[in-house]
Design a protein around this ligand. Sequence first.
Ligand SMILES: Nc1nc2c(c(=O)[nH]1)N[C@H]1C(S)=C(S)[C@@H](COP(=O)(O)OP(=O)(O)OC[C@H]3O[C@@H](n4cnc5c(N)ncnc54)[C@H](O)[C@@H]3O)O[C@H]1N2
Ligand code: MOO
Length: 400
Amino acid sequence: MLSFQQARQTILDHVTPLGVERVGLLDASERIVAEDIIAPWSLPVWDNSAMDGFAVRHDDCSNDGTLTISGYIPAGGYSNDPVQPGTAVRIMTGAPIPPGADTVVPFEETSEKGDQLTIRGSVTVGDHIRVKGEDITDGENILTAGSLLRPAEIGLLATFNKVIVPVYRRPRVAILATGDELIEPGTPPNNHQIVNCNSFAVAAALKEIGAEPILLGIARDNRESHLQKIKEGLKADALITSAGVSAGDRDLVRDILEELDVKSVFWKIDIKPGRPTAFAMYGDKPVFSLPGNPVSTMITFEEFVKPALLKMMGHRRVFHPTVRAILKDDVKKKSGRTQFMRVFVTMQNGQYLASTSGDQNTGILKTMIRANGLAILPAAPDHIGSGAQVDVQLIGGDYV
Ligand SMILES: Nc1nc2c(c(=O)[nH]1)N[C@H]1C(S)=C(S)[C@@H](COP(=O)(O)OP(=O)(O)OC[C@H]3O[C@@H](n4cnc5c(N)ncnc54)[C@H](O)[C@@H]3O)O[C@H]1N2
Ligand code: MOO
C-alpha cells in the first residue's frame, strides 16, 4: 500500500497544467500568469519629485542667499524650460523634474516672501528625486510565468497597461455523491436518510481555490445510475466522487470507472482517515474517489485533490504551509499509518502549540469545524506524548 508521501507524489506526477486563456485584468486576480511579463517602459517613467516643494539647482543651495521662484509644475504638468541659476520652480509630488534642476527641497525646509525663497538647513544633491527606472527598467522581466497574481501584481500589470493577461485555465471539476441513503440539502429527511454534505463541502473547497465546481447530484447504488452520472462527470477536467470505495457490497465506484475505461492508478493509502481513497486517470483527466465519511472526504480533498488541482492551475506552491508545533495532548494512534489529527493551533511566546480539536473519529464533523490545523502524525509510533514536536498544516479558519 502507498504511503502518504508516495500517494501524493504519484498524483502530482500524473497531472499537468491546463491550457492558457487571456482574461481581463481583474479576472486575473488570484490566478497564475502563464507567460513572462516584460516591462514595456521604465518605472518611474521620468525623473519626478517625491515631495511637494521646490526643484532647484543644488549649487544654488550652498550659500545662504535667496532664490527667485520662477515657475510652477503640478502633478500632470511638465516644463521644458531649464531652471536658471538662482531660481527655483514650485513642484508637486509626482511632477516631472524640469531640466537643470537636480534636487527638490520640501516646503517644510523653506520660507517664502513674495517670489523670494530661502532654504533652511542643508540640502544634499539628488534629494527627493525619484529617478527614471529606479524601480523597474525598460525590458526587465517583471513577472515570471507561474507567479501568483496577488493585488500587488495586479497593480503592477495595470501600471504597464496590461489589461489582458495570459493565465492558466481553471479546472471545471465534477462532483458526484454516491449512496441510496442520501438526499439533497433542502429535502426533509425520512427515516434512515442523510443529507448529502460531501458534495457541498467539496464544492466550497473548490471555490476557495478558484476551481469551478459542477454538482452532478447523487448516484444511486445501482450500475445504471453510476454509469450515467460518471459518464457525465468524465466530460469535466477532473472528477471527484465521494463514498462507495471501501469494501461494502454496494461500493460500485471503482468497478464502474473501470467499465468506462478509466485507468486505476492506486487504491488505498496507508493513512487515517482516508485509507480507501482511489485515484485513476481518464486520458489526461484525474479521477479522485474519496471515502464517504464527511471528515475523510474533506481531509483527503485537502491532502490529495487540492495540490493536484493547484498544479493544474499552474501553481508552483501547492501545499499548505506547515509549521512545527508542540503537541499539548497525549495521542494514541494506529501504528504504521500516517494520521491526520484535527487540531487547534495557537501561538504562545513565539511558539506554535497544537491541541486536539476533539474526538478524532471520522464520523465527528464538529472536530473539523473547530480545527484550524491538521497535525501529521508520522506512521511509525502508536503513541505520541504531549510536549512532542509535530508538523502541523495550517488549514485556515481563525488566524493564529
Ligand atoms: N470492511 C470494511 N469496511 C470499511 C472499510 C474497510 O476498509 N473495510 N473502510 C472504512 C473506512 S476507513 C471508511 S472511510 C468508509 C468509507 O467507505 P465508502 O467510501 O465506501 O463510503 P460509504 O460506506 O458509502 O459511506 C461512509 C459513511 O459516510 C456517509 N456518507 C457517504 N456519502 C455522504 C455524503 N455525500 N454526505 C454525507 N455523508 C455521506 C455514509 O452514509 C456513511 O455513514 O468505509 C469504512 N468501512
Ligand atoms: O479512512 Mo476512513 O476514511 O478512516 O474514515
